[in-house]
Design a protein around this ligand. Structure first.
Ligand code: SAM
Length: 215
């Protein structure tokens, strides 16, 4: 959903530029984090709660949070700045302001250890299905960017998007490692770190669909 533009948006984004990767090329991550690190990506990170918690709990890993809407990403960036000011800075996370469409523009092949797709936009009209983040062309591109043993974790409230995603996975012949239509009634640890949307849907009693691929 499009958000109303935040006040003083550009000025506030500039004030948080140290938490952003402004030139997010494949090489940038080696320069920012050093090579050989385990690198995890969230596409469509929203206000960043999920990825901030992941980065905080796993200081040995490095995290990239990509979000295309300026007003939305600003919330995540300002959380990082507040933490920094409180002496609780998080050095293993960078935000990228972009809508990712071509993975190769951002990442080398065989580089990422994991990709998170949390509550992606459903794009319900059939003519928009290529825009769905779990379209087979995108899943193929994610697999290329992942190292052997790398994973994709997908959570969604949207049952139609989930059905579509399973169809795409089956069409590609990818093996499913974990799967449930009710994540919070399951034993899967993926329920332990929640996104903003997840908190909302869980408290309203909506089931959350989940699938994990390991390559
Ligand atoms: C429904 S929201 C979910 C936000 C968050 N992941 C959560 O679970 O609370 C989906 C977000 O993905 C972003 N988005 C959609 N397509 C994207 C893309 N290709 N690259 C980056 N962000 C994207 C949208 O701008 C939106 O903020």
């Amino acid at each position: 959903m499009r958000q109303r533009k935040a006040r003083d948006l550009q000025q506030r984004l500039q004030g948080c530029s140290e938490y952003m990767e402004l030139a997010p090329t494949p090489q940038a991550w080696e320069e920012t984090f050093g090579s050989g690190n385990d690198l995890y990506l969230e596409i469509g990170c929203g206000k960043g709660n999920f990825i901030i918690k992941k980065a905080e709990e796993n200081p040995q890993n490095c995290y990239i949070a990509v979000e295309g809407q300026e007003t939305v990403i600003l919330r995540g960036l300002e959380k990082l700045r507040q933490r920094d000011e409180a002496g609780q800075g998080i050095g293993n996370l960078r935000f990228v302001l972009a809508f990712i469409n071509h993975m190769g523009d951002f990442f080398y092949e065989n580089r990422l250890s994991g990709i998170y797709l949390n509550f992606s936009d459903p794009w319900p009209k059939s003519r928009h299905k290529k825009r769905r983040l779990t379209h087979r062309d995108r899943l193929t591109a994610y697999k290329k960017a992942l190292k052997p043993g790398g994973f994709i974790e997908i959570k969604t409230d949207n049952d139609d998007l989930y059905d579509f995603t399973l169809e795409e996975i089956h069409a590609l012949g990818y093996e499913i490692a974990e799967q449930t239509r009710d994540l919070h009634a399951s034993q899967f640890t993926s329920k332990d770190t929640m996104t903003e949307y997840e908190e909302k849907f869980k408290s309203s009693g909506k089931n959350i669909n989940y699938v994990k691929l390991v390559f």
